[in-house]
Design a protein. Structure first.
Length: 163
């Protein structure tokens, strides 16, 4: 099983639970699982991280280059399916336009192309004004979970010292 991390996983980890300055084990776990072929993200998420111009940007550029998959032809071939599903729903046109311009659209295409599980902090919503990753995943049969579920599923263990 491979996991694709949404930008909010990185950003909220940095800002809240797993700051780069006090919980390096989380970031090392991501790098280790990436090397093991389990944890990835995408180029469009890297672009969102880069826009932050902060310590997360520095980490992504210096430590995590291999995590971010490029948008290649297998992904592009899936974007039509994502687009058709989104357009067939009752979302406001501004929500649809916004969705096609952000990383979420491509993240879902990557998940379809690589049969991956999406990891996000987003939760389903009945709003017509915003398109949420879990809604699209449910509509397209893609598995998704939050980062804490992923960490538990993979038995991540961040401990101090030797046990």
């Amino acid at each position: 099983m491979t996991y694709l991390l949404d930008a909010n996983v990185f950003i909220q980890a940095k800002n809240l639970h797993y700051g780069l300055d006090f919980c390096p084990a989380f970031w090392n776990w991501i790098l280790e699982k990436n090397l093991a072929g389990m944890v990835f993200s995408i180029d469009k998420v890297a672009d969102e991280i880069e826009a932050g111009a902060d310590e997360l940007t520095e980490w992504a550029e210096s430590e995590a280059k291999g995590i971010f998959h490029p948008t290649d032809s297998p992904v592009i071939s899936q974007l039509g399916l994502v687009s058709n599903w989104v357009k067939s729903q009752d979302f406001e046109s501004s929500a649809v336009n916004t969705f096609f311009q952000v990383a979420d659209y491509y993240l879902i295409g990557h998940a379809l192309a690589r049969n991956s599980v999406i990891v996000t902090h987003e939760v389903p919503s009945n709003s017509r004004k915003n398109i949420k990753i879990p809604n699209v995943c449910a509509g397209l049969g893609i598995s998704f979970l939050n980062p804490f579920e992923m960490l538990r599923r993979e038995r991540a263990n961040f401990v101090l010292g030797v046990r």
